[in-house]
Design a protein around this ligand. Structure first.
Ligand code: ADP
Length: 905
């Protein structure tokens, strides 16, 4: 019987003769109405079915067939479904597209429902809400990234404007933070929550600020969800005595309460395994706003990929927990020199001990993801493999602690790590190891995960089970002898259980006396007949009971083991943290060795002195092209008056942006506690980094290039302090030349004389270089180029002084602009430069000057053929097929062709 056919015979089938819903559809609509905003996965047999609009949405999103099933209020009911065994994949896709899904299961045996009457639907209930911010399943989560749920509360009366709570439900990490309005967008950009909870009033208030919200799914919660009284209760409920709700501000309580409410609801009664929240402090870490994060491509590129980002370039961690911690550190570098130096000490200690580092990393590679295994076990969603993971991690922790003992002078950080590792309870690991099979199944349902010899009653039941199997074999032999049917077999299947099977041709004998006394007919198929006997039925009962009894014992033991793991949560978490920290320190040490990074000198001064610095991502790209990256110095070190500003001019493609960004990246890497891509670096801690790169439209946000740039520049001038590092790349280019120049001019002056921060300012407005005469802390620098036979060669070297020209036309030529356009551009440039030299180039007159030029079409020779004979010759060459002699001849021919081309130019 097919799946479909069984539906039709089922009282649950939503076929409706009249307008009233069937009992099942009634149940469906009721459950749907209490879960608004969720796609309802409604369990029917081996499928999750969706109806009505949900079905239409899901079939579009998942590309699955939309069918019809019965009628509701006279209309066809659209339906589609996904098989339960493949549900994770579909869920992943739906969540990725921003949907939220309610999983509705059958919560009683269908036989129970039948007892209430043939029309009675099986009881169902929503057992889980799956949303982007509340996932704990490994399959649905990125292993090496955090997955935060965040809640934002607005504070009406208080010192700060907003409070933000965030938690990664899969790892338990939780934090609460009070913050001023202007930091909201920055913090959200740092945390990158998968889901952000807020009240409609907060959403409206945020819309008024110009803050750009992250791409997170925004979830409106009613204002009551942010009630701080109710929040206190929830906080006690979730964290018990360990957390005092009054330790948080009112706003903090409100945000945390809303978050807990939503998270608890999503797990439908299962307690959350959150860790006591840390009360964050915005000032403790280096502030990096959303625009800067995106322009520096810290955790992802501007195209949204990990590949090509700074994180991808420096991530040498070997465990998922280490990768998550590294990403968090990069997202939130520190500001306290002592804390930064402590991290650097750890890295340095491991960098000095290459062999030890290798051993540590080798051992770390084999460590399972303890944090997430713990969370699944606390949420009752864990399986035998999670217990194995716990055991494996504990053993590894002790092994690693021993390795660390090999350090002659361990720094404080690594000592703490060692202590954390040793807290992992070894007795528990031994117990788990004794209990569990080496490679247990993922789930508990079928049993078979406990080792023989661990539990005596279990072994007894299992013996009974296998002994009865030998009894079955003996019975078969006896029946063969009794019936004289050699082909008689005892078989088993899921529907009939155990049965006697004989070829159909011989089955007749068993239906006749005397054998029909023993054999009871069950089934006749085309080729075989099936029977049972009283003895076989009795045996079957014994086997099933033994199996059930064994399973019951396994489940009980599993629950006991889970309880002992939970009892050791604090120690296990300490060990998990230590493992992640060790992975990060070892990874950064490895990075510093393989990439020749140096330890930066960090203090509270206004120093910023980089010797031979490089951009780690661009360097890797350049190296992949078999070229070498040119390292550059930078010195922005401030004095009592303020920081230095370097004004950088030079042609496009000269390496200005690379140079600017590499210095910001060096500061960020240093303050996260990493060695840096330079030969030497001395950095006085930076409180905020700003990086603005002109020319990026925010089309989605409805703002033009210039507007975006000005909003961002305003943010810098309003927020940067003397301790900040500001990188401005070509601002003022999205408007008329003189407007842009004036804005850039005034901005440089303000940075120099008001903000007094350390800054790098790249520009095409050569006029700005004259500012060096009046601003004492501003100096001119340029990207060196060499002109060679009419072409520019970029040396990528920063030198003192100003660029004499922009080389725009040469760069345009490299880009392949047609020769006719290039020639015309040279003509226009010639006239403009001549006029400027005569000091007549005011804007009003400019058009008049240009009017004097002959028209484009008249001024130029007819358009040259765009085919380049040299290129054609090269295209025709097959290097592998050339003899040495032919190769030499080819070189001569190529040179000849080039001479011809030159003469004809
Ligand atoms: P600009 O901002 O002046 O237009 P970029 O910084 O974008 O120039 O650099 C253009 C390209 O030049 C880069 O993509 C890179 O390939 C190369 N480049 C930049 N700086 C260096 C360097 N220091 N050494 C080698 N190649 C470099």
């Amino acid at each position: 019987m097919t799946e479909q056919a069984s539906y039709d015979l089922d009282p649950e089938a939503p076929v409706l003769p009249a307008a009233a819903p069937t009992p099942m559809m009634g149940q469906y609509l009721e459950i749907k109405s209490v879960n608004p905003g969720y796609l309802l996965f409604y369990r029917m047999g081996d499928f999750y079915e969706m109806f009505f609009e949900d079905a239409e949405t899901a079939s579009r999103a998942l590309g699955i067939v939309l069918t019809k099933r019965g009628k509701h209020l006279g209309q066809d009911i659209p339906m589609c479904g996904v098989p339960v065994h493949a549900a994770q994949d579909y869920l992943k896709k739906l969540i990725g597209l921003g949907h939220r899904v309610a999983i509705c299961e059958q919560v009683e045996d269908p036989a129970e429902a039948k007892k209430r009457g043939s029309k009675s639907p099986v009881k169902r209930d929503v057992v889980r809400l799956v949303t982007a911010g509340t996932i704990t399943e490994d399959d649905l989560l990125p292993a090496r990234a955090s997955n935060f749920l965040a809640a934002l509360a607005m504070v009406r009366h208080g010192a700060t404007d907003y409070s933000l709570a965030y938690a990664d439900i899969s790892t338990g990490e939780t934090a609460v933070l009070d913050l001023p309005a202007e930091s909201v967008a920055d913090e959200l950009a740092r945390i990158e929550p998968a889901e952000l909870l807020l009240s409609p009033a907060t959403r409206a208030a945020l819309a008024d600020t110009r803050a750009r919200l992250p791409d997170a799914a925004l979830v409106d919660l009613p204002a009551e969800s942010f009630d701080s009284e109710r929040a206190s209760q929830r906080i006690r409920q979730s964290f018990g005595e360990s957390v005092d709700p009054t330790a948080f501000s009112r706003g903090g309580r409100a945000a945390l309460g809303a978050l807990l409410g939503y998270a608890l609801e999503s797990q439908k009664g299962k307690p959350l395994a959150l860790r006591p929240p840390t009360a964050g402090n915005v000032a403790a870490h280096l502030a990096i706003d959303a625009a800067t994060r995106s322009s520096l491509e810290l955790l992802q590129t501007q195209r949204g990929t990990l590949k090509g980002s700074l994180l991808a370039e420096i991530d040498e961690t070997v465990t998922p927990a280490g990768a998550r911690l590294l990403a968090q550190r990069l997202a939130a570098p520190l500001c306290d020199p002592a804390a930064i130096n402590a991290r650097l000490d750890d890295v340095a200690a491991l960098a000095d001990e290459a062999v030890l580092g290798l051993k540590l990393r080798g051992a770390l590679k084999r460590v399972p993801d303890l944090t997430r295994a713990l969370t699944r076990l606390s949420l009752d969603r864990g399986g035998p493999r999670d217990l194995r993971a716990v055991a494996g991690a504990i053993l590894a922790a002790h092994e690693l602690a021993e390795f660390l003992d090999g350090l002659s002078e361990p720094p404080a950080g690594l000592l703490r790590v060692g202590e954390g590792l040793r807290r992992a309870p070894q007795a528990l690991a031994r117990e788990l190891d004794r209990a569990l099979e080496e490679e247990p199944p993922l789930a508990t349902v079928a049993g078979g995960f406990l080792r023989p010899g661990y539990d005596e009653p279990l072994d007894a039941e299992r013996r009974l089970g296998s002994e009865t199997r030998t009894v079955v074999a003996a019975l078969q032999a006896r029946l063969v002898a009794e019936t004289d049917l050699k082909s008689l077999k005892i078989r088993h299947n899921g529907i009939l259980g155990y049965f006697v099977e004989v070829p159909a041709a011989q089955g007749g004998r068993l239906l006749e006396e005397p054998l029909r006394q023993t054999f009871i007919h069950r089934q006749t198929l085309a080729n075989v007949m099936r029977f049972t006997t009283a003895e076989l039925a009795e045996l079957e009962g014994r086997i099933a009971r033994a199996h059930e009894a064994a399973l019951a014992i396994e489940l009980r033991v599993f629950a006991e083991l889970v309880a002992s793991v939970r009892g050791a949560t604090a120690e296990l978490r300490a060990a998990a943290d230590a493992l992640a920290e060790l992975d990060v320190a070892a990874a950064l040490a490895h990075l510093s060795q393989t990439r020749s990074f140096c330890r930066p000198r960090i203090d509270k001064s206004l120093a910023f002195e980089i010797v031979d610095g490089w951009h780690p991502v661009v360097e890797a790209m350049v190296r992949a092209d078999r070229q070498s990256f040119v390292t550059n110095d930078a010195d922005l070190s401030g004095d009592a008056e303020g920081g230095q500003i370097w004004l950088v001019t030079g042609p496009n493609m000269g390496g200005k942006s690379t140079f600017l960004r590499q210095n910001a990246l060096i500061a960020i890497l240093a303050q996260m506690g990493s060695f840096v891509p330079a030969r030497e670096a001395h950095i006085g801690v930076v409180d905020r980094v700003f990086s603005r790169v002109g020319a990026s439209d925010d089309i989605g946000g409805g703002r033009s290039t210039f507007m975006v740039e000005m909003v961002e520049t305003a943010a810098i001038l309003n927020r940067a302090t003397r301790a900040s590092l500001v990188i401005l790349d070509e601002i003022g280019r999205g408007t008329a030349t003189f407007d842009g120049l004036s804005v850039a001019w005034a901005t440089v002056e303000a940075l120099h004389s008001q903000t007094r921060c350390r800054a790098l300012f790249a520009t095409h407005f050569h006029e700005l270089t004259s500012l060096a005469k009046s601003l004492p802390r501003l100096s001119n620098h340029t990207m060196k180029v060499r002109e060679w036979e009419g072409e520019v060669v970029f040396l990528h070297e920063v030198a003192t002084g100003a660029a004499d020209r922009s080389y725009g036309i040469q760069v345009a030529r490299l880009a392949g602009l047609p020769d006719s356009v290039l020639a015309r551009a040279r003509q226009v440039l010639g006239v403009l430069e001549q006029r400027a030299a005569q000091n007549q180039g005011s804007s009003g007159r400019l058009s008049a000057v240009l009017d004097d030029l002959p028209l484009f079409s008249q001024a130029l020779p007819p358009r040259e053929a765009t085919v380049n004979p040299l290129h054609e010759m090269l295209d025709a060459v097959r290097p592998d097929e050339l003899t040495p002699r032919e190769a030499i001849e080819l070189v001569y021919e190529l040179k000849k062709a080039r001479d011809v081309a030159r003469r004809s130019r």
